[in-house]
Design a binder for this molecule. Structure first.
Ligand SMILES: O=P(O)(O)OC[C@H]1O[C@](O)(CO)[C@@H](O)[C@@H]1O
Length: 517
């Protein structure tokens, strides 16, 4: 594990020295919950269990491998994971890295829900992951899969596997239904749960052998818990904060295997540090993105994630070099160190709740709302023409697509993101809703407050009920989540435009048409 950082500045050396002389790493190792200040101590006391992942990882891997054998013996070998934020981002990354087939459902768009629940489920097991056991999206997915299994004549208790914290509502419900269950360590928060049951069980069920990853993570942790200027986690935290103007980290994978590492880092760092008007916002991009090609933007770091050092770095570049197990550890320790240096609580997410409350009230009213028609090409182009004004005083633009997250739409969104970053000359974050609400959403509402927002709602061809007795549909849920987040962002004084479409690819073209010059 190595951090490569060109021309360390005096500010960097000062921060690194502070972390070493304050014994941040050994205090973290000793689970000292007082380090983030009195307001954070109670939360930190129940959030440092991730440092002890090595005590339980082997047992988790053995139980998951046993379940995998019994599923495979019953010809069940397709794994779908339902979970939001920390409950799906790490297993998605780990499965991709291990190259095992794996599907994540962290969208509530009816098109995507219908695609997953109406396909032949004869060989499918569904893992439903939620620490709290109350996350609305995940509970809606569980209800949808229960109904789908019933429709296809498959016994749900043979196919539904829960991962949750002991004592959660989901545990109680799961017991009543006879579902198979993994109980996780309740002293670990969602975004720090990569090396607990949440990160390890789903990829193992899908066929991954994670012993080597856990060993690499253990070795990295030993290095990251030393009060030493050579500690890569301390170096990473000091580097990221060494330029007080640079709060955006454009993160690019150097290999296909690390495709989802940037997405995982987005949640970890943005949700942990984006509060009290402070924070670091990671933006997962490709390394051919304008943020990496453009002239130096003084508020943007360019972060590379190679497994081995692979090129000479420029002034505002940082390479975080290591295998995936080490990457998970170094980013978690660095995030805790950033919280320490910024004097904030890295273990809470106060502003995620405000959007949830607004979404709930929008949902209560949604049955009365009519569904808006898609905008035509000219109207989309006219909205696109407003983007330079919308972003004139913003440090970044965030594009939030409330549509299905498919290979095609991910490509369309990446192209739109690149085009907007080029034409507007600012960094552009992009993600799907409600996925981003559980990732960078905290930063946008609680962080620096200097973003501008573009919401794109993709109308579904068909809606579907959430079969949980509420009478709501998935499209109502999606629209309410978009409306709730828009209301909170506007309340915070942020500029926001909403586009309604039935075709993301064409909207992407028409939006940037007027900005081409
Ligand atoms: O695992 P849960 O409780 O469903 O939560 C999912 C995600 O929602 C959040 O609580 C808030 O976004 C995240 O911290 C978490 O990873």
């Amino acid at each position: 594990m190595e951090i490569i950082f060109k021309n360390p500045t005096p500010a960097y050396s000062k921060l690194l020295t502070q972390l070493v002389t304050d014994c941040f790493a050994s205090k973290l190792s000793a689970h000292d919950a007082t380090m983030w200040g009195p307001a954070a101590t109670a939360e930190a006391e129940i959030r440092l269990g991730w440092l002890d992942f090595a005590n339980s990882a082997n047992e988790i891997l053995i139980s998951a491998a046993e379940l995998r054998s019994s599923l495979n013996a019953a010809h069940v070998n397709e794994i779908v994971l339902c979970g939001m934020g920390g409950s799906s981002l790490a297993p998605e990354l780990i499965s991709e890295w291990c190259n095992v087939p794996f599907t994540v459902l962290d969208a509530t768009h009816p098109t995507q829900v219908l695609e997953q629940t109406t396909k032949n489920l004869s060989h499918t097991a569904v893992v439903v992951s939620s620490k709290s056991g109350t996350t609305a999206e995940t509970r809606a997915h569980l209800a949808a899969f229960e109904a789908a299994f019933a429709t296809q004549g498959i016994a749900a208790h043979e196919r539904i596997i829960l991962i949750t914290d002991p004592g959660s509502q989901l545990e109680v419900y799961g017991r009543s239904q006879g579902y198979q269950m993994f109980l996780a360590d309740p002293h670990v928060g969602g975004r720090f749960s990569a090396l607990t049951a949440f990160g390890l069980v789903p990829p193992t069920l899908a066929g991954a052998e994670l012993g080597p990853l856990v060993n690499d993570a253990e070795a990295a942790l030993r290095t990251c818990l030393k009060d030493d200027a050579a500690n890569p986690a301390l170096q990473l935290a000091a580097a990221l904060l060494s330029n007080p103007k640079a709060f955006i980290a454009a993160i690019a994978p150097n290999s296909h295997e690390y495709h989802f590492l940037g997405d995982w880092i987005e949640q970890l760092v943005a949700e942990s540090t984006g509060k009290d008007g402070k924070g670091v916002l990671p933006i997962a991009v490709q390394n051919n993105s304008p943020e990496f090609a453009a002239d130096v933007l003084e508020h943007v770091w360019r972060i590379h994630l190679p497994e081995k050092p692979d090129h000479e770095l420029a002034a505002n570049e940082i390479a975080v070099v290591g295998d995936v197990g080490a990457q998970l550890v170094v980013w978690m320790v660095a995030t805790a160190a950033i919280g320490y240096l910024l004097r904030l609580n890295p273990f809470d997410q106060p502003d995620v709740e405000s959007a949830k409350v607004a979404a709930r009230s929008a949902l209560a009213e949604s049955s009365a709302n009519s569904i808006a028609a898609p905008l035509d090409a000219a109207a989309v182009t006219a909205l696109g023409a407003q983007l330079p004004t919308l972003t004139a005083n913003a440090d970044y633009l965030m594009v939030q697509v409330f549509g299905p997250r498919t290979a095609l739409s991910m490509t369309a969104l990446a192209a739109l993101r690149n085009q907007l970053a080029t034409t507007l000359g600012i960094p552009v974050a992009a993600n799907f809703g409600p996925r981003y609400l559980h990732s960078t959403g905290q930063f946008h509402k609680g962080g620096r407050g200097t973003g501008a927002f573009l919401q794109i709602l993709v109308l579904p061809a068909a809606d579907c009920d959430i079969p949980d007795g509420t009478g709501n549909t998935f499209w109502q849920l999606v629209r309410s989540q978009a409306a709730g987040d828009a209301a909170v962002l506007r309340d915070k004084g942020c500029n926001l435009l909403t586009v309604i479409t039935d075709d993301l690819a064409s909207v992407a073209v028409n939006l940037t048409h007027s900005n081409d010059g």
